[in-house]
Design a protein around this ligand. Structure first.
Ligand code: F0G
Length: 376
């Protein structure tokens, strides 16, 4: 088909949804895989770096991949309301998909710790926004308990339909590269997305484990993937903010802190699964300071024209460092997930706006003089 209508339409045969399900979609997925052209030349010679720009999903983050599947299933089960705890992006996505199908939505956010763009989204889509005096982990504990008791569906990533939707990012990457990258770098917060990608890559590899044939054991060769494309799986590298790095400490932490509020999480829900992805893939976890994260965000914006939110930049910050230290060797192909759009969190990016701007008289000669001066 020529018109793209969302990831459920495209990957329905690989998702645990009924054939005749009413699909709730905003056209999510199919995001650009952008090959970096300037940064590698300066900072990572000999390595091919691609960024998967998930900020171009309908609500501006990768959450839409999971939300379309979770909400589609919730509707199919006759559920009337959904709930989530969120550092911002999940709530924005849940609010949009709930609006799309006329469902009630309650979102718990940590007081004062979510980016303004994300809050605006939840509000405009009509979510009941409940600000809790506590962090994301506290909100998570509450919604888990609520969903166990009540007639309300939890749409955080412990909902298995969320990860099923998010695994499709791995499919898109392999389709586009026509092979599996050697490394896949992601920012890690609640650890759902690294888990989902590992599910996606593993599914492809398991369906194509016979190097002697081209056929997929799931669909007898009807799919777009061949054994040659997906025999391997990438090494999964998870990057955390230093103040919110339970995987680096190898234990949960109670008071996570980072400028990258999206990943300000101390008790990741997909703890075991993310460790398994890291171990089975031969990957690792690493941490970045807030300064390193913000520097990478700026570098991507200035040198590549790609604007992502701070949490997303952790993947590129970490990847560049691991290339420089040789952990990621020359000749590798690396994919970094840019999880959310830069406009989600405009405060941080525009903090130095007054320093970056000049105010002039509305006079062509004055403006011309300044421009010519800059160009000389
Ligand atoms: N990047 C962004 C922009 C996010 O919003 C999140 C998670 C992550 C990375 C980490 O992904 O949790 O799957 O490891 N945001 C959640 C939220 C927690 O509530 O929006 P993860």
């Amino acid at each position: 088909r020529s018109r793209y209508t969302g990831l459920i339409a495209k990957y329905h045969d690989r998702l645990p949804l009924a054939d005749d399900v009413r699909v709730i979609s905003l056209g999510e997925g199919n995001t650009p895989l952008i090959r970096l052209c300037n940064l590698p030349r300066q900072l990572a010679r000999g390595v091919d770096i691609y960024v998967k720009y998930e900020g171009l999903n309908p609500t501006g983050s990768f959450k839409d991949r999971g939300m379309t599947v979770a909400v589609t299933q919730a509707v199919a089960e006759g559920c009337r309301a959904i709930v989530c705890a969120s550092t911002g992006n999940t709530s924005a996505s849940a609010a949009a998909y709930a609006a799309r199908c006329g469902m009630r939505v309650f979102v718990l956010i940590p007081e004062g710790k979510i980016a303004i763009g994300k809050l605006a989204q939840a509000i405009i889509h009509g979510a009941e926004v409940l600000q809790v005096r506590g962090n994301f982990d506290a909100g998570m504990r509450i919604v888990r308990e609520l969903a166990e008791e009540g007639p309300i569906t939890l749409v955080n990533s412990i909902n298995p339909y969320r990860l099923q939707g998010q695994k499709t990012a791995a499919f898109e990457i392999v389709e586009e590269l026509e092979r599996v990258p050697e490394f896949h770098c992601l920012p890690v917060g609640n650890a759902g997305n690294i888990t989902a990608h590992w599910i996606g890559y593993s599914e492809l590899a398991l369906g194509h484990n016979d190097p002697g044939t081209q056929a997929c054991s799931f669909c007898a060769g009807r799919c777009r993937f061949t054994c040659a494309m997906v025999r391997e799986r990438p090494r999964m590298i998870g990057y955390q903010a230093a103040g919110a790095a339970p995987f680096l400490r190898a234990q949960m932490i109670d008071d996570p802190e980072t400028v990258a509020t999206a990943i300000r999480i101390g008790h990741p829900q997909s703890w075991e699964q993310a460790w398994a992805a890291s171990r089975e893939s031969g990957g690792w976890f690493a941490e970045l300071t807030d300064q390193e994260i913000l520097a990478a965000q700026r570098l991507l914006a200035e040198q590549e024209g790609v604007f992502c939110e701070p949490a997303s930049a952790a993947s590129v910050a970490g990847c560049l460092r691991d290339i420089q230290t040789g952990k990621i060797p020359e000749g590798s192909t690396v994919v970094c997930t840019l999880t959310g759009h830069g406009l989600k969190d405009p405060d941080i990016a525009s903090r130095d706006a007054s320093a970056a701007m000049r105010t002039l008289e509305a006079d062509v000669d004055v403006v011309k003089r300044v421009i010519l001066d800059k160009l000389s």
